[in-house]
Design a protein around this ligand. Structure first.
Ligand SMILES: [Zn+2]
Length: 212
């Protein structure tokens, strides 16, 4: 088992579509083990294979702190119900959070680690995580779902809503300086690239522009 470095936005692999797993062989089992270890090290909720640079349709999710991390192979959302707004972050955007639109519940099908076909219906955090992680496998990121909201907490810098290249509103808040990055998970180049990309995309708002 080993921890794999997590790619940060705007690494191009995060925008690629992952390929279906044909057979759950040793390579896939190793990937799953490493992804679980990486997710644990990151204290995260979910991780998609794209985020560790592997374009295979594999995600791992920790449903609750008491439960085990579960692997979902070739997962697909089959049904979505309702709409809600939730706060969300992503291990490829360490230090940033935003408010996104998500479904209230989702039904999904996937293969478990032994290749068994499973169908589930989930709500709450698991529904959110399934939507977020399956999006990753399709090259979609949580910033594509961010919703505009006028008021942000005083505790974090305020950023300007921005129309993203796929024509949705983007509004990211965060304070990189307050976050210590785990060197086992992130390279300083990756962290710098992330900040630069968000600046360049004008997703982040400068402090002096807050009131304009
Ligand atoms: Zn993510």
């Amino acid at each position: 088992m080993s921890i794999r470095p997590i790619l940060t936005f705007p690494n191009s692999l995060l925008r690629k579509r992952a390929k279906p797993v044909k057979k759950i062989d040793n390579e896939i089992m190793n990937l799953i083990r490493d992804m679980k270890e990486t997710l644990t090290e990151a204290s995260g909720i979910g991780l998609a294979a794209n985020q560790v640079g592997v374009l295979k349709r594999v995600v791992v999710i920790l449903n609750s702190p008491e439960s085990e991390i579960v692997a979902y192979v070739n997962p697909e959302i089959t049904h979505r119900k309702g709409k809600r707004e939730v706060a969300e972050g992503c291990l490829s955007f360490p230090g940033y959070t935003g408010i996104v639109n998500r479904s209230i519940s989702v039904s999904a099908r996937y293969l478990d680690e032994s290749g068994g076909k499973v169908k589930i219906t989930a709500d709450e955090l698991l529904a959110q995580a399934l939507e977020h992680e399956i999006d990753h496998l399709n090259g979609i990121l949580f910033i594509d779902h961010l919703k505009v909201h006028e008021k942000l907490s005083m505790a974090t810098p305020e950023y300007r809503p921005h129309t993203h290249d796929i024509n949705v509103s983007v509004n990211v808040q965060g304070n990189k300086d307050e976050v210590e990055f785990n060197k086992k998970l992130y390279t300083s180049i990756g962290i710098d690239d992330l900040k630069l990309a968000l600046d360049k995309a004008e997703i982040l708002k400068d402090a002096e522009q807050i009131n304009d």
